[in-house]
Design a protein around this ligand. Sequence first.
Ligand code: 5AD
Length: 329
Amino acid sequence: MTKDEIIHHLAHTPLTQLLQQADQVRKKEVGDEVHIRGIIEFSNYCCRSCLYCGLRKENKNISRYRMSPEEIVQLALDIARQGVKTIVLQSGDDFAYSAQTIATIIEQIKQKADVAITLSLGERNFKDFELWKKVGADRYLMKHETADPNLYARLHPGKTLTERLKAISVLKTLNYEIGLGCIVGLPGQTLDTLAEDILLIKQFEADMAGIGPFIPQKDTPLKDHPPGDLELTLKVLSLVRITNQTIHLPVTTALATLDPEQGQLLALGAGANVIMPNFTPQRYEKNYNIYNNKAKVTLALTKNLIKRAGRKSGQGKGGSLKCKKLPKD
Ligand code: 5AD
């Protein structure tokens, strides 16, 4: 699909038509399984100043926490005992955890549980990424957030899109399965930008992509900016599925927050095939408020949702499906 075609679909194709097409592609290419990834948000310290995010370092209105390595490992093993086959370790960009500390956490989880590990720890240097891969990390989530370099620079003081894409390329070179993704409804974003987002995901041959609406956070500079549009978010999701047939697409928590009644079911009907229930301990979880009223996605609710959608829970680790097909297919 060309950029102009994508822009045309975003502007003019009825949502129902895109949903139908995305659902067909999803069914044919990745089937009915919905993969469950258990996420641990282990630290809300962050050295960045992203204008949309409640974890930004300037925010003095959240109480900061760090889980200890022992606590993280125990929780990961507990999640694995509940049958979840992927553990996602996420935090703000928090350099208080040394590369070695993170490596030890990965090693200990891998020694004791048969799970895939996804890291979502922001930008670190080549050596850190390399070490973590060596000790067993499988995947890395590093959303590109927006493919517009000027908008990127405005929203991420002191950072550039080029640096971000460089970090993603490094992860790819190191053989991580990689996750990109963008926020829909950022100030100044246009349909042109969203088309670029979709093309970037394709260009990087991403293994996964997280697409969620912008949700304002009360203690950020974007607190008065309206939330992203549900229909537009679903259109982007559908088009990512249509253009990247075997990609893993999570039902984002942001979508569950934007529309608590229908958001997740709608996403499952728009090509999504992954859900990430949250296992962050309750005493910390309320402080991981990247945006207002973040939905609490539990394992029980997730299983129920998969049933209601007429789908089935994934049995394996749900690794990348990108290379499963022979070229002639
Ligand atoms: N609205 C929507 N998504 C947000 N994120 C951070 N802040 C917001 C917000 N206000 C997303 C970013 C980040 C992920 C962990 O959360 O895309 O990559």
